[in-house]
Each structure stands twice: as C-alpha cells, then as structure tokens.
Write a protein that binds this ligand. Structure first.
Ligand code: GDP
Length: 171
C-alpha cells in the first residue's frame, strides 16, 4: 500500500495560551490524547488524526525544561504558535520565546511553515492579530512562510482556516 506520510505539527506557546483547547478541536472522538510526562513539571500532549500528528507543550517554567522541548524541533514539519492575545503583560515573553525558537539550529535554516493563532479573540482585552504581528516582529521572518489567524479556541472560530493554510504549506 501507499505509506502514509508523517506530518508532525508542533504546537507551542506559553502556558494558558490555549494550546490544549486548540489541539482538542482537531481531535476526533476516538482519538485519545496521550499525555507523556517525562519529568515532573514538564508535560507533552500528543495525538494523531488521519492527516496530522500534533505534539504540544508549554514554553514555560522559566526555560527549565528547554532541553526537553527543543528535542522535538528536529522532526517537526510545521509549527503552530498559540498566543493569548489578551495577555498583554506576557507579550514580551512570547517574543523572547519566539526569537529563541527562530534562532534554534534545528529551526533557523529550514523553510518551516509557522502558523500563529492570536487566540482568545473573544476577550475584551484582546489585541488584534495585526497588533500581535507587529509586537512580535513577524514581518522580519523572511525565510519561512508564516500566517497569523485570530482565533477563539472555545468555539473553534479561526482554527480551521489556519490549519488549512498550514497543511497546504507542508504538502
Ligand atoms: P494551555 O495551557 O496553553 O494548554 O491552555 P488551555 O488550552 O488549557 O487554556 C487555558 C485557559 O484558557 C482555559 O481556561 C481555556 O478554557 C481558556 N481558553 C482557551 N482558548 C480560549 C479562547 O479562545 N477564548 C477564551 N475566552 N478562553 C480560552
């Protein structure tokens, strides 16, 4: 038969940005999320649907588990970066993490598609995706296709459009 091509999507972002909620929206009833806890304080969520394998983790804990999460960079084919657009205080931390991700040896020299979700668009405090893109300096990303979608992971608004863009870029 035809061998199914593995497409690994890395879902990253700070804790509480909405990663689990996003990932759960792409899960069918019969697909369990396997939660792998390699060490106390760092957890990874994984699941596969027919099209994609998702791996999600928090970029937090003051970088204590950085080595553990960076280990997933090599095998990914695309990145979903989830941002809480209502968390203005931590936007600078988001930018720091994004810059570190983009500079990483397993990421920096690859044409890796990057999808950004400006999540929690329903919140009164939410910044627009245009403002988030400006705050993160996305226009400086020249060597990778990128796209930003405002999303509401609770209702699923914006998610499908974003992931369709991502899968088209990967194929
Ligand atoms: P994670 O730590 O990045 O995996 O974040 P979670 O998926 O656990 O979400 C953190 C909190 O934000 C939960 O209480 C979610 O219900 C909530 N949340 C996630 N997405 C949205 C959204 O789009 N809008 C609103 N208002 N809340 C959201």
């Amino acid at each position: 038969g035809v061998k199914k091509r593995e497409v690994n999507v890395l879902v990253v972002g700070l804790n509480n940005s909405g990663k689990s909620t996003v990932v759960n929206k792409f899960k069918n009833e019969d697909e369990r999320i396997a939660e792998i806890v390699p060490t106390v304080g760092f957890s990874v969520e994984k699941f596969e649907n027919q099209h994609l394998a998702f791996t999600a983790f928090d970029m937090s804990g003051h970088g204590r588990y950085r080595d553990l999460w960076e280990h997933y960079y090599k095998d990914c084919n695309g990145v979903i970066f989830v941002i809480d657009s209502s968390d203005r205080l931590r936007l600078v931390v988001v930018k720091e993490e994004l810059d570190l991700l983009l500079q990483h040896p397993d990421i920096c020299n690859r044409r890796l598609p990057m999808l950004f979700f400006a999540n929690k668009m329903d919140s009164k405090e939410a910044l627009s995706s245009v403002k988030i893109a400006a705050a993160l300096g996305l226009d400086k990303i020249m060597d990778k296709p990128w796209h930003i979608s405002a999303s509401n992971a609770l209702t699923g608004e914006g998610l499908q459009e974003g992931v369709e863009w991502l899968t088209q870029q990967i194929r």
